[in-house]
Design a protein around this ligand. Structure first.
Ligand code: FEO
Length: 401
């Protein structure tokens, strides 16, 4: 039973998923994930967001144990199926229930779930209010956080903001649902998962996150209820600060070094570069072998830290495919404010380095240092490594001024 009171009128009734191995079939759910639903009870009852269809029974168990036999409104803040999947069965289960949605989500509901009876829809616009009798819901459209229809819902009397994916994180909720119930150690796991979640799911939409944060700031909320992860109250400032920094592409000090290697020569170069970077004073260095690492972890470090070093052997006159995939993921996320460097290796023709350089330059992140290696490491390369690291150091210092 995942039910907890947030305020006398608002309860958490969400579910945990520890079975799905990958979110969106791509991102590892190391600690599971929660799909959060909330009940707001005035004279009428509203359910804020539903859950992934496989977890519908668990949601119904929660409603039953919460003593709820009627839901008057289902507020759809976000239509991605991890939150909207239960809409058709909820419509059947509660024949009088109206779906509260905006114009865009109304179209998506009709398209995804073949809803014919549009009298079941209560369409709202930005700023509209819904009186539940003793509790008032205010709707705030926040497009592209994370889809175009996304909106947030504010319960005025309780100062609770239901934020959809924004301020969410991976990680199932292990018997505690509110940050006020959790130890600092427990919270650190969720903060770490917040970086992963932001990098994988939200990072492309930084400017929209900024817009949403600006738009909701004046509401004066005391609780953040996202669709994934803990309910935030005592950590609101830290959570908002993480999302503010990430959405502005503000980096933390650190280096992400990502390389590919087929037979170990580029790997050796990466290892030697790593040692030289540390000797030159770079701190917080994170190294990934792109062929083995999770794309998710590589993106997360690039989204989090200020310096990115990328290396690849030449593969069919191109970038080694796992490294190319990482570059593509960075491009999709419109990375900004990073100092970059590139290195490549080849046997008979230099294909990878010019292409990495071009990719980074196209993103507005032209490398400040670059180097290439033919065949294998030899001690003559040491001088080239030193120049590479020195160039990167100078660019790093300049960036921090
Ligand atoms: Fe949790 Fe964008 O869905």
């Amino acid at each position: 039973m995942n039910i907890i009171e947030i305020t006398p009128a608002i309860r958490y009734v969400g579910v945990n998923d520890r079975s799905t191995p990958r979110f969106e079939q791509m991102w590892p759910l190391t600690y599971g994930v929660s799909y959060n639903s909330y009940l707001v009870c005035g004279e009428k009852t509203a359910l804020i967001d539903s859950v992934e269809i496989g977890e519908y029974d668990a949601l119904m168990d929660n409603l039953c144990e919460a003593g709820i036999d009627t839901v008057d409104y289902l507020v759809v803040n976000h239509m991605e199926p991890d939150h909207s999947g239960s809409i058709p069965v909820l419509l059947d289960r509660f024949p009088q229930m109206k779906i509260v949605c905006n114009k865009i989500s109304a179209e998506q509901i009709k398209g995804y779930y073949h809803l014919k009876d549009i009298s079941r829809l209560h369409v709202v616009a930005d700023g509209d209010l819904l009186d539940l009798g003793g509790r008032t819901l205010q709707f705030v459209t926040t497009p592209m956080v994370h889809w175009p229809e996304t909106m947030m819902t504010f319960c005025r009397e309780d100062s609770v903001l239901f934020t959809g994916d924004a301020f969410g994180c991976f990680g199932a909720l292990n018997g505690r649902y509110l940050d006020t119930q959790m130890s600092d150690a427990e919270l650190e796991t969720y903060f770490s998962e917040m970086y992963r979640y932001y990098a994988c799911i939200v990072a492309k939409y930084g400017r929209f996150v900024q817009g949403a944060m600006g738009k909701t700031a004046a509401l004066g909320y005391a609780w953040i209820c996202p669709t994934h992860g803990p309910v935030w109250h005592r950590c609101i400032e830290r959570v908002a600060d993480i999302y503010r920094r990430l959405s502005l592409y503000e980096p933390e000090e650190g280096v992400t070094l990502i390389y590919g290697s087929m037979y170990g020569h580029t790997a050796e170069l990466a290892d030697r570069l790593c040692t030289a970077l540390a000797a030159a004073g770079f701190r917080n260095i994170h190294v990934h072998n792109a062929a083995n690492a999770e794309l998710c972890d590589m993106i997360t470090d690039c989204v989090r830290y200020g310096t990115i070093v990328i290396g690849s052997p030449t593969y069919s006159m191109d970038i080694f495919p796992p490294v190319a995939a990482l570059l593509r993921a960075l491009k999709v996320r419109e990375m900004k404010n990073r100092v970059t460097a590139a290195f490549g290796s080849f046997t008979w023709a230099m294909g990878a380095l010019p292409k990495i350089t071009q990719e980074l330059t196209d993103m507005g992140l032209a490398p400040s240092a670059s180097m290439t290696m033919k065949h294998a490491y030899s001690c003559e390369i040491e001088e080239i490594i030193n120049k590479f690291v020195n160039d990167l150091r100078q660019a790093d210092i300049k960036e921090k001024r």
